[in-house]
Design a protein around this ligand. Structure first.
Ligand SMILES: C[S@@+](CC[C@H](N)C(=O)[O-])C[C@H]1O[C@@H](n2cnc3c(N)ncnc32)[C@H](O)[C@@H]1O
Length: 373
């Protein structure tokens, strides 16, 4: 069982049970359904928590120490052959004594080793900090910092029922990203292949790829899913819709997949009318970024564009009725949530969509297929 599951974060799938994979998990805005379920199962196992240790559960020191050493790339410096604390601190441009205290705390928690006084080494857990996806999720100077500091707004979010991200960062989440291109770039990287790896292109619940020639990935990020769909199905053409700054980063992904000649990008808001007439519209890890009012508009835009015969597939953000995820990170960042299938069905109906099928994909992800009414 994972040592330190933060039920928070944007997405990095836990791939193994090894200590480095267990170091921390970064869960996406609804991404990685499998991970959600593991976590829910763990939560159920733990209830009512006779063995819960409040001191350990409320320890903020260790998570912050991990964020700090990740931000300073201490594991990379050690992997490059530096062991001595003074040299490590010089490389990381930080204070040697303070760094040593942080590292010693982590050694006591099983991350890093100190084979001789003032000499630090990687152990299996610390090697997890070499993983670029971990670095993206933990780096306090990038999106990792937004996800970490945002927890300071949890109390207000709970008191008011609305997100208070702007109290910490001055602007709501998406506006904050728009105002800070470096943070937006690290968010796109976390959501894309560096953070999530290669997505599974099997996205249909009911099958029937033979009737699909055109796919629009709505809010498709930097295009990793669309690239995989086009790569595995040469007869299909695709359109990537996302904000202009994000689609501008998609070209290298499409070129690497060899699909550049079958794809176009449209930098626009998904609250505006979408490219019409495609056979399939995808919404992956989108609906759980938005409260009901906005989620309904996005679904309505898909319904309008897909009419009369297109399909809309929702991946992430909808769970089987007995398995809705609390998604607290989404609550603090965006005031949004996971929806049960029953809740989603109602929202979809209001957006003139009918749920046709719902179920698990080969990847284990729960998906819902809709048609325009
Ligand atoms: C959680 S990410 C999901 C990205 C991608 N679908 C995936 O699963 O990796 C949400 C995406 O919504 C995009 N987004 C946010 N607001 C948007 C808007 N108003 N119009 C279009 N895209 C938007 C973001 O840029 C981001 O790529």
């Amino acid at each position: 069982m994972p040592l330190a599951r933060c039920a928070l974060r944007f997405a990095v799938e836990i791939k193994t049970n090894s200590p480095q994979a267990q170091l921390t998990s970064h869960r996406a805005l609804g991404n990685h359904q499998e991970t959600d379920e593991e976590e829910q199962e763990m939560t159920r196992d733990k209830i009512p928590g006779a063995s819960a240790n409040l001191s350990a559960l409320s320890d903020l020191c260790t998570p912050w120490c991990i964020h700090v050493v990740a931000t300073l790339r201490i594991a990379d410096h050690i992997a490059a052959g530096i062991a001595d604390i003074k040299t490590l601190a010089t490389k990381a441009e930080c204070d040697a004594d303070s760094l040593q205290r942080v590292l010693r705390h982590l050694v006591g928690k099983g991350v890093f080793q100190e084979p001789a006084p003032g000499q630090f080494a990687l152990n299996e857990a610390a090697q997890g900090l070499l993983d670029p996806s971990q670095q993206l999720g933990l780096d306090l100077d990038g999106i990792g910092g937004r996800m970490a500091y945002a927890w300071g707004s949890l109390l207000t979010a709970v008191r008011t029922g609305t997100p208070a991200y702007h109290e910490i960062f001055g602007l709501p989440f998406w506006e904050d990203l728009e105002a800070h291109p470096d943070i937006a770039a690290s968010f796109d990287a976390l959501m894309g292949p560096p953070g999530h790896g290669t997505p599974d292109p099997e996205v249909l619940v009911t099958g029937g790829w033979e009737s699909i020639r055109t796919v629009v990935d709505v809010g498709g990020g930097t295009g990793a899913l669309l690239a995989e769909i086009l790569r595995t199905r040469p007869e299909i053409h695709g359109t990537l819709v996302d904000l202009p700054r994000t689609v501008a980063r998609a070209d290298s992904i499409f070129q690497a997949a060899g699909v550049g000649d079958r794809v176009r990008t449209v930098g626009q808001s998904f609250f505006d009318p979408l490219p019409a007439g495609a056979d399939l519209y995808l919404l992956k890890s989108i609906l759980n970024d938005w409260p009901d009012r906005e989620a309904k508009v996005i679904l309505s835009r898909c319904a309008e564009a897909a009419r009369p015969s297109g399909r809309i597939v929702i991946l992430g953000g909808v769970s089987p009725d007995d398995r809705a995820d609390p998604q607290l990170l989404m609550m603090v960042l965006l005031g949004s949530k996971d929806r049960t299938l029953t809740e989603f069905r109602e929202l979809a109906n209001e957006a003139s969509l009918k749920v046709q099928a719902a179920g698990r994909l080969p990847s284990g992800r729960f998906a819902v297929e809709c048609r325009p009414m």
